[in-house]
Design a protein around this ligand. Structure first.
Ligand code: PMP
Length: 352
């Protein structure tokens, strides 16, 4: 008997998530969470669900949430899909939209889940190197492909693409799906949702984990034309899973409705990022221009791994990727509160 399960164990390389240590006395700046917490209105909406209705099954189609998202972005309801975190949306869209004979393309330095899904679904892929400035260059993607996926802004670099470049991707690759993973878009990027009406090959993916500070709730979404959304729904229904539980649906609706809190907290993160980047420059760090809630930075004289260890000894956790080699000299640092970032600057002054 062929041991197919053995092949699974030996060939699949699982995603390695950032560390989630106990929070006591730690400044945790390693997994791009939002330091401000969810909207108080979202918390109240979730508490009301817990108090009153958990004995009932949730709305299987998440209809009120789809309507809220559609209204928020000015798209028809049949253009919206929701899932348990954008990771689930990605897990469904890889088999639904990206499996072709030609390879899927994505940057060589990007969200490390993409090759994991390709392994899982046996999707042929090619990575495309970022250019010398660590940017995604549309000209480098001029080759036959079965789909394209990249984050905008990219992770872990934080470097964003203008809308005109996204449109260039859509025009040059009209025959395949282009997925723009906008996990960090609200911290300074320009969303591609406005292009969805014109481009049937565009799927935009977003999450409530970052700019709406609901990483623990697991809510993600996709916006695209109905033929793409229908394919996602078909794959999801094949797993017989409810998209979202009652608490998640209620919290997500209220989080979208609380625009004032969203604007206030994301502006604070952006302001702290600008201050923090200037402080890092004073210390001799070179930081890539970030449109995200994190910065990607290196010091010409100090090894990133050693800096990460020294920070950890001072109870501050940042992310260091050993591979690919081109980024092994960088640290990825999440933007926390001004106090957390100031503590990090103080620690770096001690270390350097
Ligand atoms: N896309 C990118 C680029 C990310 O960095 C992340 C967060 N790790 C995700 C998607 C997934 O986020 P979530 O599942 O919390 O929505």
């Amino acid at each position: 008997m062929s041991q197919f399960w053995s092949k699974i164990v030996h060939t699949l390389t699982p995603y390695v998530p950032g560390e989630q240590p106990k929070l006591t006395n730690l400044i945790k700046l390693n997994t791009n969470e939002n330091p401000y917490g969810p909207s108080p209105k979202a918390l109240a909406a979730m508490q009301a669900q817990i108090a009153d209705t958990l004995k009932l099954y949730p709305d299987a189609a998440s209809t009120p949430l789809l309507q809220t998202i559609a209204q928020h972005y000015g798209v028809p309801v049949d253009h919206v899909f929701v899932g348990n975190g954008s990771d689930e949306v990605l897990a469904l869209l890889f088999p639904a939209l990206l499996k072709h004979d030609a390879p899927l393309l994505f940057p060589d330095i990007t969200y490390s889940f993409y090759p994991v899904y390709c392994g899982l679904y046996e999707i042929n892929y090619q990575t495309v190197p970022l250019n010398a400035r660590f940017e995604i260059d549309v000209a480098d993607y001029d080759r036959p492909c079965g789909g394209i996926i990249f984050p905008n802004p990219n992770a872990p670099t934080g470097v964003g693409l203008p809308l005109a470049t996204i449109e260039e991707f859509l025009k040059r690759h009209a025959d395949c799906v282009v997925v723009v993973d906008e996990a960090y878009i609200d911290f300074g990027g320009e969303t591609a949702v406005s292009l969805v009406a014109q481009y049937p090959n565009l799927l935009v993916v977003q999450t409530l984990s970052k700019s709406r500070s609901l990483a623990g709730l697991r809510v993600g979404l996709a916006i695209g034309q109905p033929h793409l959304i229908e394919a996602l729904v078909r794959v999801k229904d094949s797993f017989n899973s409810y998209p979202l539980d009652r608490v998640a649906q209620a919290g997500a609706v209220a989080a979208f409705e609380d625009v004032a809190y969203f604007d206030d907290t994301r502006s604070k993160v952006i302001a702290t990022r600008e201050w923090f980047t200037a402080e890092l420059a004073q210390l001799g760090f070179e930081t890539l221009p970030s449109q995200a809630n994190f910065v990607f930075t290196r010091h010409p004289q100090h090894a990133a791994a050693e800096l990460a260890t020294a920070l950890r000894e001072r109870s501050i956790i940042v992310r260091h990727f050993k591979r690919p080699e081109r980024i092994a000299q960088f640290l990825r640092i999440t933007i926390g509160t001004p106090e957390e970032c100031a503590a990090l600057v103080t620690a770096l002054k001690e270390i350097l």
